[in-house]
Design a protein around this ligand. Sequence first.
Ligand code: ARG
Length: 460
Amino acid sequence: MKNEMWSGRFSAASDKLLEEFNVSLHVDKFLFQEDIQGSIAHASMLENCGILTKEELKAIVKALNQIKLEIEQGQFIFDLKDEDIHMAIEKRLSQIIGSEIGGKLHTARSRNDQVATDFKLYTKKAHVDLILLLKELIQTILSHAKIHKNTIMPSFTHLQHAQIVSFSFYILAYAFMFMRDIKRLQNSLELADFSPLGSCACAGTSYKTDRNFSAKILGFKNIMPNAMDGVSDRDFALDLLYDIALIFTHTSRLCEEMILFSSSEFGFLSISDSFSTGSSIMPQKKNPDVCELIRGKTGRVYGNLISLLTTMKALPLAYNKDMQEDKEALFDSVKTAKESLIILNALLKEVQVNKENMAQACKKGHLLATDLADYLVNEKNIPFRKAHFIVGSVVAQAEKDKIDISQIKDLSKINPIFDQKAMKCLNFEHSLNAKQSEGSSSVASVEKQIQILENFIASL
Ligand code: ARG
């Protein structure tokens, strides 16, 4: 059978292979709401510009709403011959109200601006959903941060013990990453807020249309100023794919640490039973599958970004069918991100912080060595490099004695430069609060950081 949509030009029917290869309905049917929303806005604009009568608009809108209901209730028949959601809905429209009126909807519009509009509406909504989920994640982190300002733990560089920090300070680092993720989404949302609708195939139209009218109905701040760019642009999808890729860079680091910190070697955290899995053979096992899966899914969201970047690279203007490949990548990344953020938040809410084990771990790895060097600089006016050397020899002595420097009873016995006052540096709480710089691990600084995040959350 010839495709009804372009049967005027064609004498032969499409090959079955072509039909199957060309179809995107199975993917873009999820854009049905956006497509109907876009069509209603377009029809309203046509009526406002005198291209449709009031009655025609009424009939079109009524039928489009009926189609929406049919799809929502599973009564709509998706026929792969219709190629995509745009043609499927338009065909059904003419079935309901006849092609005399139904056939007028596509005046001053092309599938090229139609698909760009639908996809942009979807993308904009996804931004808003992700911002909300990230906000909830920050709130969960804040609830932990507020109660663990004095819970000491080692920090790491090169995964070797570095200095004393608090659990609040540590976990807040992630809240700031997620805050930037939200800001990044806000930025890309602003760039996406330009309506392509009415760009038509690529050159605009000879009808006297009002693109601002439909843009306003659809909640776009602006219109794409150039029709060719309007139908060719997929930057908005790439921006979101990148934003999601970076969210996963952050969640994969957090998940990696939850996996490490909940292992018997660390024992800093316990993931609740409800978010752990067992082993089919080892009865003792409690595995952090959720964190591993989120870490693993980072691969697919990076892949989606690279996939669309590659599709878009070197495409001649304007629309090319290559661009039909855009949706699967973004749909997958958005779904993966939403599901992952929801479960990560639920898991994080229930995570148990094992203060004792963290405190115990602070007694290894000479975490106070820098504090001791800073003491020599501050109190004895010794240049830092020399102080570093002196404390290095203290560490060497402690290593020989098989103790941590925090267990040294008398520093002056190792080097007479140390007086009694130096002993206070060998105290973990002192170390935490001795930090003076902005953004450091002291309780006062952590409180400021919590305030910054709370102000940000309140501004959303
Ligand atoms: N299914 C197409 C897509 O997703 C819609 C646009 C088709 N336009 C065209 N001229 N073939 O990109």
